[in-house]
Ligand binder design. Structure first.
Ligand SMILES: [Zn+2]
Length: 389
């Protein structure tokens, strides 16, 4: 593939803002950034003038179940590739494939399939699709009381043995585990996960403040879709929400679709955590990028009407959100653009230990690039050097 030179009047790296510069992409990587007179542009480079548009890194989604009519639990290369190409069109250039609570054999089967895909050249070669960076195990060690739409009969108490089985089925690609820390056995499992380099996340939890703080002391550093499927906050029972809001070492996911969390709650989260403590996630399902209708989330049916996903009891069941819209929503709350961009790029990439490679425009990073119109609508996407025609 020929090198590409992207001429941009405004780049948010997003460590900083750079004006009037050129990004040179070769072999799927960013090889140079600088002012036009400092950069040696390869003779065979294709030129891409971005005009007055804004150039930012590709979005990184650490909580997404599916898109384009497919769920990652299907575990086939076709299903995962469809998810990867669908979200890439909306600016997500890499993601952590997220499972939903299911019987153990089914989960292991899905994990094997996802791991096979992650290892395959198809996942990392230069082509137009998001890259799967690993697996987010959501359940089955969650609270029946805060299960959301996770099926009750597949929820199990934390088990080291089962976790080991999942780790080996996933070939070490589990990057995040979301569990309920108040359930017996969870604290030991948190320590085990952290020792394996897995980010321990609290979610689908009825934990009290004290229980959540105990989990943080044992290694929890993240919280899944803040406010959703959590014990509610009250002034004398602040619960897991109180613990997350007052613990700087914990990052919080936010589904900023305007449906899952009301604007004042989003503002409280942003003020309490600071702009470096919140990661925007989609919690997207198979219905993302699809018309109204019925779809599968893991092994149960959901229906979609006007972009809202619900199960048969009418509970919210993930979203059809894409991170380009999450970014627009957060900016509409008054968050400066560069900070909002960090919440969908640098911060999620760092959270899973990929800070220099993903979510950043820097020499040596993967050429995952999004171009935004001044009104923040998507104008172009490049994944590992491919796309951006
Ligand atoms: Zn969830």
């Amino acid at each position: 593939m020929a090198p590409t030179a992207i001429y941009a009047s405004r780049i948010l790296t997003p460590h900083e803002e750079i004006l009037d510069s050129v990004i040179v992409v070769e072999g799927g990587k960013i090889t140079q950034i600088g002012h036009r007179d400092e950069v040696r542009i390869p003779e065979d480079a294709e030129h891409f003038p971005a005009g007055d548009k804004i150039v930012v890194p590709g979005f990184v989604d650490v909580h997404i179940h599916g898109a384009g009519g497919h769920d990652v639990m299907e575990g086939t290369a076709e299903a995962i590739a469809r998810v990867a190409s669908t979200v890439a069109r909306r600016g997500t250039t890499s993601f952590v494939a997220t499972t939903v609570t299911a019987p153990p054999e089914e989960t292991s089967h899905s994990l094997r399939g996802i791991a096979r895909y992650i290892r395959s050249p198809r996942n990392t070669e230069s082509r137009f699709a998001a890259e799967v960076l690993g697996i987010h195990l959501e359940g089955p060690f969650i609270s029946p009381a805060r299960r959301g739409v996770h099926p009750l009969d597949a929820i199990t108490p934390p088990s080291q043995e089962l976790f080991e089985e999942f780790l080996s089925a996933a070939e070490g690609f589990i990057r995040i585990i979301t569990l309920a820390p108040e359930v017996d056995g969870a604290l030991d499992l948190i320590e085990r996960a952290v020792a394996q380099g897995v980010v321990a996340s609290m979610g689908h939890t009825d934990a009290t403040y004290e229980q959540a703080r105990a989990a943080i002391a044992r290694g929890v550093t993240h919280a899944a879709h803040m406010f959703n499927a959590m014990r509610p906050f009250s002034h004398r029972d602040t619960g897991v929400i109180g613990a997350v809001l007052t613990s700087p070492e914990v990052t919080a996911e936010l589904i900023a679709d305007g449906r899952h969390v009301d604007a004042p709650a989003m503002e409280i989260l942003l003020r309490a955590k600071g702009l470096e403590g919140v990661l925007l996630v989609s919690d997207g399902t198979a219905a993302t990028g699809m018309r109204n209708g019925n779809y599968r989330l893991g092994n149960f049916e959901v229906s979609v009407a006007d972009g809202v996903v619900r199960n048969s009891e009418g509970k919210l069941a993930g979203s059809t959100l894409t991170l380009d819209r999450a970014l627009q929503h957060i900016v509409a709350l008054g968050v400066p653009l560069i900070d909002a961009v960090r919440m969908v790029t640098l911060l999620p990439a760092r959270r899973i230990g990929l800070g220099g490679k993903k979510g950043v425009i820097a020499v040596g990073a993967d050429a995952d690039i999004v171009i935004l119109n001044p009104d923040l609508r998507l104008a172009g996407v490049m994944t590992r050097g491919a796309g951006l025609a």
